[in-house]
Write a protein of this length. Structure first.
Length: 267
């Protein structure tokens, strides 16, 4: 019995001495760590924080840690040393899971990259030409369909008209504003907008090009010009160069990210 009393007294003595050493600063407390979480889009490199009206929620070990900031980051303090499962709940994307190993007193970076979904536009352009007493005109129709997996935002189309004998400078331009386009697979419908261009001229043929802009923040910039019809490659190259110069020299026309540009009709 006396041995048990001695053992208990010894344990209590060790605890008392340890507590005294901790408070005196001689024996440091086992330090906790922290995690700096960042989230970026793979294609654009943009930080992901606020998406539409929602934010990215952060979970650590099943515990809610709040939301990423607009800059796509969050520092989680007072994390117990060890291996933890980090879960990001991303609007329009879903969950992204990653394990993070945190050392005592360390700040660990968890730089997470995801490929955010994007709208993908199918473009159809048609043109009916006609004549009045004084000039030639073209009734241009542009139809957009979203074949992607997220709705578009602030979508618009810049129509650019060149003549065959002068591909350096457009003879007319016009902006068509489209509504937000729901993906076709989610029940979205195609939208059509029209414009009568009175700048058609007698003689040379007109080349109709369109540039699709969209405000979805993770749509990658696309500088490639797609040729929809069989025209000489040299002419398509000239038109593509002209479109690029026009956008560069008219930054007020570049209202959002260029997601598609195409030469679509040769009439």
């Amino acid at each position: 019995m006396s041995k048990i009393k001695i053992l208990i007294a010894t344990i209590l003595g060790i605890l008392i001495v340890s507590i005294a050493l901790v408070f005196s600063g001689i024996l440091p407390v086992l330090a906790q760590g922290s995690i700096l979480v960042t989230l970026t889009d793979e294609e654009t490199g943009k930080p992901i924080g606020r998406i539409d009206e929602g934010y990215v929620r952060v979970m650590l070990g099943g515990q809610d840690q709040g939301y990423l900031t607009d800059n796509g980051e969050l520092k989680i303090e007072d994390v117990t040393a060890g291996n933890h499962e980090l879960v990001l709940i991303i609007p329009h994307y879903g969950e992204k899971r990653q394990f993070v190993d945190v050392g005592s007193g360390q700040t660990v970076s968890a730089n997470i990259v995801v490929d955010m979904p994007n709208p993908i536009f199918e473009v159809t352009v048609s043109c009916d030409t006609g004549w009045t007493l004084f000039d030639e005109y073209g009734d241009l129709t542009v139809t957009l369909t979203n074949r992607g997996n997220v709705a578009s935002s602030s979508t618009c189309v810049l129509v650019i008209v060149h003549t065959e004998d002068d591909t350096s400078t457009p003879v007319a331009t016009h902006m068509l504003d489209f509504p937000s386009l729901v993906p076709r697979e989610d029940g979205g419908i195609s939208h059509t907008m029209s414009w009568r261009c009175n700048e058609f001229v007698w003689g040379p043929k007109e080349i109709i090009s369109v540039v699709v802009f969209d405000g979805w923040p993770y749509a990658p910039q696309n500088e490639q010009v797609v040729t929809e019809l069989s025209i000489p490659s040299s002419l398509a190259t000239e038109i593509g160069y002209s479109i690029g110069n026009y956008l560069k020299n008219n930054p007020d026309k570049v209202v959002e990210t260029v997601v598609k540009a195409c030469v679509s009709w040769f009439g």
